[in-house]
Write a protein that binds this ligand. Structure first.
Ligand code: SF4
Ligand code: SF4
Length: 380
């Protein structure tokens, strides 16, 4: 079915944000944060910061200003939308002392309905993966369900690849194909600065109708598709996914695991920035007077020794076994569990690894050979 793509001029973009707010959404959009692109609630007239771009590579990130005045000329920063749907810290419940008893109180309040503006294709794929994890099985996460159910997604197709991106080879980007309410492509053609706007749902149609956005026309639609194609073609990294699951499962004792362990600091950065990683732990904390206690769910990582602590000891005692666990889960066992790879090719784990470890390079090194086969999860 043909989709009625419209155009929103740059000067009218703030009207989109205002329309979303008037429709009852708290709008969250990219902002230049603490040295990296972050996401935050949009207040005021909805005008977005312009001219930001980035340089990325293994262990390197630099946010920079350009004079092009584009609004979305950057790739993924350290943050992802994960923090809004699966918060880093969530109070499950608390207990307050009342004389000789305790009153049990509810945990973190659910947020209002939200609109995510600027969701890239890789991050939309990551949300789809976390939907499978938190909503798809026998055990549904009530907090995730509540946070996810009304989210209005304004996707932005990428027109420039970041230095660590490899979404094209993972089949997740740089252009969105489903799962959005609106999909924008930012175009600068001569003096004209505009966005093609493709509705992906009735809600998206309703917002465009409210804005009165005219049809984009074939020329702008073609330019938007070409911009995404150029972005895909310029991606310097790729992950060869053919047979990757079996390759990793069959190479549990490949010498490369020892090599990468000699560089890996087990700092957990890669798991915390990853938009699909979902490990968590539960902590009980009390105040000093013993008047109040809280049970809190916080992000955890398979790189911590404590995470695999079972009956008196960690079952993954070495960095080698933890890195292997992370990568084989992400790229192999995830497929068995959830029917999809756990990697969307956003490149965050490459950029934010202080040792500059590149998951595409590690997979390629294992593919290159020198393997011996042993049983999985052999601990050492
Ligand atoms: S493993 Fe790395 S590239 Fe893949 S989704 Fe996670 S952070 Fe992004
Ligand atoms: S791969 Fe890099 S980011 Fe991940 S734990 Fe090792 S050093 Fe840290």
């Amino acid at each position: 079915m043909a989709v009625d793509v419209r155009v929103i001029e740059r000067s009218d973009l703030s009207a989109l944000l205002v329309a979303l707010r008037e429709a009852g959404y708290e709008v969250i959009a990219p902002v230049p944060g603490d040295g990296s692109i972050d996401y935050d609630v949009v207040t005021g007239d909805g005008e977005r910061p312009a001219g930001f771009s980035d340089e990325q590579g293994p262990g390197a990130y630099r946010l920079k200003m350009c004079d092009h005045e584009l609004l979305f000329d950057f790739a993924a920063g350290a943050s992802s939308w994960k923090k809004f749907l699966f918060p880093p810290s969530l109070t499950l419940f608390s207990a307050q002392r009342r004389q000789r008893s305790f009153e049990v109180l509810p945990g973190t309040a659910d947020p209002p309905p939200r609109a995510f503006l600027g969701v890239r294709a890789c991050d939309l794929a990551a949300i789809d993966i976390q939907d499978k994890i938190f909503l798809g099985g026998a055990f549904v996460d009530p907090s995730y369900r509540q946070r996810r159910k009304d989210v209005f997604i304004v996707a932005v197709n990428c027109t420039r690849a970041g230095g660590s991106c490899f979404c094209a080879s993972m089949g997740t980007g740089p252009r969105v194909s489903a799962g959005f309410d609106l999909a924008l492509t930012e175009l600068k053609i001569g003096e004209r600065h505009c966005f093609t706007a493709e509705p992906g749902s009735d809600r998206g149609e309703a917002v465009l109708a409210r804005l009165g956005s005219p049809p984009a026309g074939p020329a702008l639609e073609a330019e938007a598709r070409s911009a995404s194609a150029r972005c895909a073609a310029s991606m310097a990294r790729q992950m060869v996914t053919d047979g990757l699951r079996d390759l990793l499962v069959q190479n549990q004792e490949h010498p490369r695991w020892r090599d990468v362990a000699s560089r890996c600091l087990a700092c957990a950065n890669c798991t915390l920035v990853c938009p699909t990683c979902f490990c968590a732990t539960v902590q009980d904390v009390t105040d000093l007077a013993g008047e109040r206690a809280e049970r809190i769910r916080v992000w955890d990582s398979c790189f911590s020794a404590e995470h695999s602590h079972l009956h008196g000891a960690s079952v993954r005692r070495t960095t080698r076994s933890r890195y292997r666990q992370w990568m084989t889960h992400k790229l192999a066992y995830w497929i068995d569990q959830f029917g999809t790879s756990g990697c969307v090719g956003c490149g965050r784990c490459i950029t934010w690894c202080p040792a500059g470890i590149d998951i595409t390079e590690e997979a390629a090194a294992i593919r290159a050979g020198g393997a011996t086969t042993t049983a999985p999860n052999s601990g050492g």
